[in-house]
Design a protein around this ligand. Sequence first.
Ligand code: HEC
Length: 156
Amino acid sequence: MDKFFSKIKYFIVIILGFALLAQLYRPYILNKNQKESYDFFKALNAPKKVQHLIINSCYDCHSNNTNYAWFDYISPISWYVNTNIERGKTIVNFSEWKSYEEWRKLSTLSASTFNIKNLRMPPENYLIAHPSKKLTQSERQYLTKWFETISRTTLE
Ligand code: HEC
């Protein structure tokens, strides 16, 4: 039995060693200096409530202003988190809104409406770690209505 426990101890030490080593591989900083005038809200003159909801629920993955939680810095969580942010930003980056062409703005607006309505954004696994980012039903309705209204009006 003693032998068994000493083996377990080695095992734990090795695991801890790997966990510590993993911290050396830090993700790069994803937040770039953003040109403010390119931002979604600036461009669209969005109401404060819309700004608040989108910053809270979408900006961590779809803007140049990710608000990292403390555990997001810990490897391997940080690797997973940054891969997701990169994927999210490639598809939609609200900080670079003004540089988007008309067709891309329109498709982003309708895809956002669709994804919010169908509870696909913000993603489920993200909401488990960040429960405060969840949108209530009335918030979802408010946001999607606003998205639909600006899709109909001229964007510039
Ligand atoms: C945890 C990170 C994260 C958050 C928060 C998040 N997204 Fe996403 N989003 C992604 C990723 C990653 C993708 C890439 C597609 C996928 O993996 O589903 C994506 C894809 C999208 C797409 C494109 C989907 C398509 O069908 O083409 C839209 C639009 C979108 N997100 C809007 C939003 C909106 C609006 C919010 C806030 C209500 C939001 N997202 C919150 C990570 C996120």
